[in-house]
Each structure stands twice: as C-alpha cells, then as structure tokens.
Design a protein around this ligand. Structure first.
Ligand SMILES: [Cu+2]
Length: 156
C-alpha cells in the first residue's frame, strides 16, 4: 500500500501546486524561492553511474542493475543528511521528470528508498533505456541534479 500512498500524496501535492497563482518571475532563483525550493545541494564532484552495465549492452531478463555513486552518500528516503540521497531508476523515458519536485513513483520511475544500491530488473525483450537520478530525503533531485548517463540496452 505504501507505493499507492506515495503516488496519492504526490498527486495531491502536484494538484496543490497547480492551483497556486504563479507570481511574476524575473529569474530562476525568484521562481524557486516562490515555489519553496526543497532541493538539496549536491557535491561538486558527485558522479552517478551504472556499475555493471554499459550503453549498448545485451542482457537476458531478469538481470541485475548496480548503481554507482561517488562523492555523495546513499541513505534511506526520509534521512536528511548533507550530500546524500537515494537512487531512482528511470526506465524508457524520453525526458527526465521535473527536477525541482518529487520524482513520480510508478513502474517506470522506481524509488530505492531503503538505500538499495542494486536491483533485479525484469523487462520485455527489445531495446530499453535506463537512467539513474539521485533524489534527496523528499525524493527531489539535487541542485545541480545528480543524473547518470542514459544507457540503451537490449533485452533478449
Ligand atoms: Cu525516492
């Protein structure tokens, strides 16, 4: 049930944002302040990557995916600690979700809120894209965002 509760909470918060009249904005900082910027700063040398997969790889499903993170710490969702976050796996998306609000939670935006650094993934045969985004204690990408290379793999 917790995933549904999270989705519901996100829908509510998105709806609430949509109802607010956006003030006249002169620059990005003003906009972020007006919206209540809940992003956390990322470390300057932060790097996120697939530790066991490369762009162009062919795998058979199910397969293991290992998340690599350097320069920051992996902590469970809800843990507010400087220069830390948890992994989100973005599957088959042309564009990243909004980088200034909680990452959606569904089968193609998977949260690893217990601080997991790997997962077993089952995907249909064919080409798929994978990308990792680090999120803070509130599931919001950092500033600047910590985003991996987007890789394309072939599932046999
Ligand atoms: Cu999350």
């Amino acid at each position: 049930m917790s995933r549904y509760a999270l989705v519901f909470a996100l829908l509510i918060s998105t709806a609430a944002c949509g109802q607010q009249e956006a003030p006249e904005m002169t620059d990005q900082d003003a906009a972020a302040t007006a919206m209540g910027d809940l992003r956390s700063p990322s470390a300057a040398d932060a790097r996120i990557f697939f530790a066991n997969l490369e762009n162009g790889d062919t795998v058979s499903s199910p397969f293991n995916v290992e998340f690599g993170l350097e320069g920051m710490d992996v902590v469970p969702a809800g843990t507010e600690q400087e220069y830390s976050g948890h992994h989100h796996l973005i599957i088959d998306q042309d564009e990243l979700p909004a980088l200034d609000m909680p990452i959606p939670a569904d089968s193609l935006h998977v949260h690893f809120g217990k601080g997991q650094t790997s997962t077993e993934l089952a995907l249909s045969p064919g080409q798929h894209t994978l990308q990792i985004v680090l999120g803070n204690h509130l599931h919001i990408p950092h500033d600047p965002p910590v985003v991996s290379e987007k890789i394309t793999i072939t599932v046999e």
